[in-house]
Design a protein around this ligand. Structure first.
Ligand code: PRP
Ligand code: URA
Length: 212
C-alpha cells in the first residue's frame, strides 16, 4: 500500500494489461519499446491534470468562443539515461514541442550507488514544469540524485514518472523530495539481492536497446 501523499499509483486495468506484456521475457525489443511509449503517453495525460492553461480566442464555424490551450513551452522532459530515453516519445505525443534535457546516471554494479556522468538541460528550465522520466524506480538512488541535480540547477516544479516502482524506491524518493509528485503505473513487491525489482521486467535499458 502507498502511504505517501506525493505518490500516485495508477493501477489502471488497461495499463495493467500492457505491463503484463512488458514483463514477459518473450516480449521482443520492438514491442517492448512501443509499450513503454504507450504507457508513458497515458501516464502523461493523468499526471498533467494540473497543467497550466491559457485562454485563447477561437472562431468555430458558428461563433467566437474563449477556449483554453496548454502553453507547451512551459513543459520540459528530462529522461534519466539510458532507459528514460524510451519514455521521451511518449511524453512528446502530448507535448510535441517540449524541450528535452538529459541526465546520465548508471548504477555501480558492486555498490548499486548511482553515478552521474552527464547533465545537459535546456535554457530556462527553472521556469518550466519538468517531467523527469525513468521506467524503473528500484532503490530510488538514481531518481533522488537526478532530482537533486535538477533542483541544484533551479528547477522548482518537478514531476517524476516511472512505470514500475519498488516500495524501497518509492519511500526513498517520497521522503527525500516531498515537494515532487511521483507517478508510477504499478507498485511491485520488493527488490532482490542485486537490487532488481520483483517481479519487475528485468533490465529496462537492455530490453529497450537490445544490449545485454
Ligand atoms: C536503471 C533504471 C534506473 C535505475 C533504477 O538504470 O533505468 O535509472 O537503474 O535503479 P535505482 O532506483 O536503484 O537507482 P541503469 O543504471 O541500469 O542504467 P541504464 O538505464 O543505462 O541501463
Ligand atoms: N534497473 C532496471 O532496469 N531494472 C530493475 O529491476 C532495477 C533497476
Amino acid at each position: 500500500m502507498n502511504k505517501y501523499k506525493n505518490v500516485f499509483v495508477f493501477d489502471h486495468p488497461l495499463i495493467k494489461h500492457k505491463i503484463a506484456i512488458l514483463r514477459d521475457k518473450n516480449t521482443g525489443m520492438k514491442e517492448f519499446r512501443e509499450l513503454v511509449e504507450e504507457i508513458t503517453t497515458v501516464m502523461t495525460y493523468e499526471s498533467m491534470r494540473d497543467v497550466e492553461l491559457v485562454p485563447v480566442r477561437v472562431e468555430t464555424p458558428l461563433e467566437v468562443t474563449t477556449q483554453y490551450k496548454v502553453r507547451e513551452e512551459s513543459v520540459a522532459i528530462v529522461p534519466i539515461l539510458r532507459a528514460g530515453l524510451g519514455m521521451v516519445n511518449g511524453v512528446h505525443k502530448v507535448f510535441p514541442t517540449a524541450r528535452v534535457g538529459h541526465i546520465g546516471m548508471y548504477r555501480d554494479e558492486q555498490t548499486f550507488e548511482p553515478k552521474e556522468y552527464y547533465c545537459k538541460l535546456p535554457d530556462g528550465i527553472e521556469n518550466k514544469t519538468v517531467i523527469l522520466v525513468d521506467p524503473m524506480l528500484a532503490t530510488g538512488g538514481s531518481a533522488v540524485d537526478a532530482l537533486d541535480a535538477l533542483k541544484k540547477r533551479g528547477c522548482k516544479n518537478i514531476k517524476f514518472m516511472a512505470i514500475i516502482g519498488a516500495p524501497e524506491g518509492i519511500k526513498k524518493v517520497a521522503e527525500a523530495h516531498p515537494d515532487v509528485t511521483v507517478y508510477v503505473s504499478t507498485l511491485d513487491r520488493c527488490l532482490n539481492e542485486n537490487k532488481y525489482i520483483l517481479p519487475g521486467l528485468g533490465d529496462a535499458g537492455d530490453r529497450l536497446f537490445g544490449t545485454k
